[in-house]
Design a protein around this ligand. Structure first.
Ligand code: SF4
Length: 199
């Protein structure tokens, strides 16, 4: 529920409504019995509440009808639920079900492209690249770390001087100020265009 509510919203807003929601609807069966008006009223502050309400009710009905009210630990079955894309499914797999899952959001896209550990702006392709490069037990942590790094340091306007991975970052190596010392800047041509510059 929280992951669906988080679309186009903030953690703070979602965290304000989820305690009451979880208490009122502790499982899929309870949620499936909710009325649209009731649910919309409770999630209105998270934005896009009509669409989110449709997704939540549709998901709850499908979980009850097809999975006995349980959340399936399977990417294909999860993404067949209303309102659940790969990012949401990976969050559920990695954080709720203890399965390998690497959610790719805009922060992971930006950070991985800039550092040079992935290439492209298609979340599915970047997810596949990162999953190939990392052991499964690191997938969820790798996503969490990049999300936090993207929020705090590698913002759209990156705070490179404060970044602890700048020596290993392709973006930094290509854009470091000329005064940066050799310990901070690798030698070599600067022909290649910055991959993550537009993200
Ligand atoms: S050095 Fe700059 S561009 Fe590279 S990861 Fe750090 S903040 Fe982002």
């Amino acid at each position: 529920m929280a992951t669906i509510l988080s679309a186009q919203s903030t953690d703070a807003r979602v965290n304000l409504v989820t305690p009451a929601l979880f208490e009122r609807y502790p499982n899929a069966k309870a949620l499936a019995r909710a009325t649209t008006a009731d649910l919309e009223r409770q999630i209105v502050s998270t934005g896009f509440f009509r669409q989110k309400s449709r997704s939540l009710l549709g998901m709850a009905h499908q979980l009850v009808a097809e999975h006995g009210g349980e959340v399936p630990a399977d990417m294909e079955l999860l993404t067949a639920l209303p309102g659940v894309g790969r990012k949401t499914a990976n969050v559920v797999l990695g954080h709720a079900l203890g399965m390998p899952g690497l959610p790719v959001d805009r922060h992971v896209l930006r950070v991985s492209n800039r550092i040079g550990i992935a290439s492209g702006d298609d979340p599915g392709k970047v997810e596949a690249q990162l999953c190939r490069a990392l052991p499964q037990e690191m997938w969820t942590l790798a996503s969490d770390v990049q999300i936090l790094h993207g929020r705090r340091i590698c913002k759209p306007k990156p705070l490179c001087p404060r970044c602890s991975v700048r020596k290993d970052c392709e973006y930094y190596q290509r854009n470091a100020p000329a005064k940066a010392g050799p310990h901070e800047r690798k030698a070599g041509p600067r022909k290649k265009q910055v991959r993550g510059g537009r993200l």
